[in-house]
Design a protein around this ligand. Sequence first.
Ligand code: DIR
Ligand code: MN
Ligand code: MN
Ligand code: MN
Length: 312
Amino acid sequence: GKVGIIGVPFEKGQHKKGVAHGPKAIRAAGLVRELELLGLDVKDYGDISYKAKNVDGINNMSHLGDVAGCTNCLSEQIQQILKEDRRVLTIGGDHSVGIGTIDGHVKEKKNVGVLWIDAHADLNTNKTSESGNVHGMPVALLTSELADYWPHLPGMDWQQPMLSIRNVAYIGLRSVDSYERLVIEKFGITAFGMEDVERYGIHDVVYMALNRIDPNESKSLHVSFDIDSLDPLEAPCTGTPVRGGLSIREAVHLMEMLYRTKRLNAVDLVEVNPHIGNQRDTQLTVEAAIHIIQAGFGYTRRGLKVPEGVTD
Ligand code: DIR
Ligand code: MN
Ligand code: MN
Ligand code: MN
């Protein structure tokens, strides 16, 4: 298998400094080596470079020109990596990078199913957001059913909301704004919160989520993994932690299941902020990120198979 890595040191989708250092911290923990140990052909494309778009801002949406510039370049980069026949791993950066990765994935593969693993629904528009932070808006920007709820966004004309909200499933929710809940109910969005993880267990939740968004097992799958879906005891270094989240075991189980579909073509790992907490907190969080990525690219707790040709 072939994998491409792209770092996105972008932090203007929210207001805490430090999340731009996520890619550096995760690479420094041996990301490329760990993936190569899985027998993968790994190409690190480095960090994205982009120019902010010089556009008028719009109400209650911070740093739109930066978000637009970065996600536009990122979308093109993702398409390029997928064209080179590599699965793609994107290291954030805040969750606004999901606008670029999912746009690129949909443009390249058309038929895409998205698992949005997060404590939050990231489903606000500029009208419903209480923060004005774009990292709380990507799902609403990407989905066709919500297009009518947006004003014209200067600098975002390259992006067409081509993803149906029926192709998105949430897992891990536990901090949902009232308007987000309204939208989830209105459109019948597939959403498994922590309560469902407790009730059914993570295995059945993932099974049901895949069954809902991809019943024919035909879609190219995309996991957008916000590290704040994990319990803050397991991943403390993130900007908006919420108690009572997924354990690392549940997250690894989820990623192992998705890997086994053989259709997991894109993984985003976002919102790791190495500047929050102490050195031990950072180590915990970065190690958790590495375990989640490894599981998504084929690491298995059963032990890897002996590579072919080395058995005798
Ligand atoms: C909140 C927080 N719903 C917002 N969102 C976060 O700002 O829209 N997403 N933290 O990850
Ligand atoms: Mn600001
Ligand atoms: Mn998020
Ligand atoms: Mn979140």
